[in-house]
Design a binder for this molecule. Structure first.
Ligand code: HEC
Ligand code: HEC
Length: 343
């Protein structure tokens, strides 16, 4: 098997990156940045590192291609939109035939660093993850066998996969590998906050700086740095009619517990909470503020003494804006590719 030299990519115009120095110690490709120092260890590594770029390219096409749904109307990107940090702006996303899903579509980034997926952590491997949306009758509504048939009758995908695998037919695993190759590269560690942490930039105003101080005391026990989640499951006092983590563990104490979501790119991923019922950050912060006056059974102990003044709420909001990473959302390597084929 022969692969095009990765060197080609050194000459691709750095369109969007013009204002940000591309850090890339290997000289291969901007999306193949090393994990920044101080970041956590990866939970997922693509199994064929030498071929990763080529699998990523195919995965990117498939992510944007409605071919993966029963009636070819819904792609992964229908519910995971790049400009929204790969989340969706409706509370519940629409799948095939306008069917409404059960949970709010979360943003997608730093997935290689996550030990579990879904709001209840029910999936623990990045490669098996897409089976859930593909086969969910409310999302893409198609069996893996049907997808496999569609892909194998698709001349373009067949020849591209065969270049990579040396085989004539595409297997389920090939599809899942390609999607994992793309998704594992959706990294987000280039926000203003990251530049401030490494001394390349300063806080834009005093409220942002003070907001970070409030955050460290009141929020970071769960939304812990650097990913802004500790990957645990917690009940943050906001009720949604969903059993949450208990669906996975069957333990009564896990009812209402959900994965602590990362707060990176939080300004882009409204609406919030598992059911998408809080429309903006004001509503979320009002919820946390209201905990001071309520007795909530099973509230996570880390929130028991929560109190937030209006000034602190303002400062927190200012701070949270620094977590937006335009190198994720305006990255030409993550956006919808030009298809070299007609459908
Ligand atoms: C109809 C909307 C919809 C489509 C289409 C869709 N997703 Fe999702 N996605 C969701 C929702 C909703 C969740 C949260 C589900 C849950 O927690 O039970 C989710 C969760 C995820 C997660 C877990 C994220 C995390 O942080 O836990 C990943 C990864 C993901 N989707 C990738 C994909 C891929 C890849 C595709 C295409 C094969 C896809 N999705 C198609 C709505 C969608
Ligand atoms: C006990 C752990 C814990 C603490 C402390 C905590 N949170 Fe959360 N937070 C959660 C959990 C769990 C969720 C997800 C709830 C759900 O999915 O319905 C969440 C959700 C959020 C969301 C919505 C994210 C999304 O994508 O839907 C925001 C914003 C947020 N928290 C901000 C904060 C801020 C700001 C603080 C400090 C004032 C804070 N949190 C303190 C556990 C915590």
């Amino acid at each position: 098997m022969k692969f095009r030299s990765l060197l080609v990519w050194a000459f691709v115009p750095t369109l969007f990156f013009s204002c940000n120095q591309v850090e890339n110690s290997t000289g291969d490709h901007p999306i193949f940045e090393d994990t920044p120092s101080g970041f956590l260890e990866k939970q997922y590594e693509f199994p064929y590192p030498d071929q990763h770029y080529h699998w990523y390219e195919l995965g990117r096409k498939l992510f944007y291609d409605p071919v993966l749904s029963l009636d070819s109307t819904i792609s992964c990107a229908s519910c995971h939109k790049i400009d929204l940090a790969f989340s969706d702006d409706s509370d519940l996303s629409k799948g095939i035939q306008g069917k409404l899903g059960r949970r709010n579509s979360p943003p997608l980034f730093n997935l290689s660093y996550s030990p579990s997926y879904m709001r209840d952590g029910g999936i623990i491997h990045l490669e098996t993850m897409p089976i859930a949306p593909i086969s969910d009758s409310l999302e893409m509504g198609i069996t893996m066998a049907q997808v496999n048939l569609k892909l194998n009758s698709h001349a373009y995908y067949r020849s591209r996969f065969s270049e990579l695998t040396g085989k004539d037919t595409i297997t389920d695993r090939d599809l899942l590998l390609a999607l994992a190759a793309f998704q594992s590269k959706l990294n987000s560690f280039n926000s203003a906050f990251d530049s401030i942490q490494t001394g390349k930039q300063t806080w834009r105003n005093e409220s942002q700086r003070l907001g970070f101080e409030v955050f460290k005391i009141k929020c970071s026990s769960c939304h812990s740095l650097p990913l802004f989640t500790d990957h645990t499951f917690a009940f943050n006092g906001y009720f949604v009619s969903d059993q949450g983590r208990a669906l996975v563990t069957q333990k009564p104490e896990d009812i209402n517990r959900f994965k602590v979501p990362s707060l990176r790119n939080i300004s882009l991923s409204a609406p919030y909470m598992t059911d998408g019922s809080l429309g903006d950050l004001d509503a979320v912060l009002t919820h946390y503020q209201s905990l001071a006056n309520k007795e909530i059974v099973n509230l996570d102990p880390r929130l028991k003494s929560m109190s937030l003044s209006n000034e602190e709420v303002f400062q927190l909001k200012e701070f949270l804006t620094t977590l937006t990473d335009y190198r994720l959302t305006r990255n030409p390597y993550y956006s919808k590719p030009d298809y070299p084929f007609k459908k």
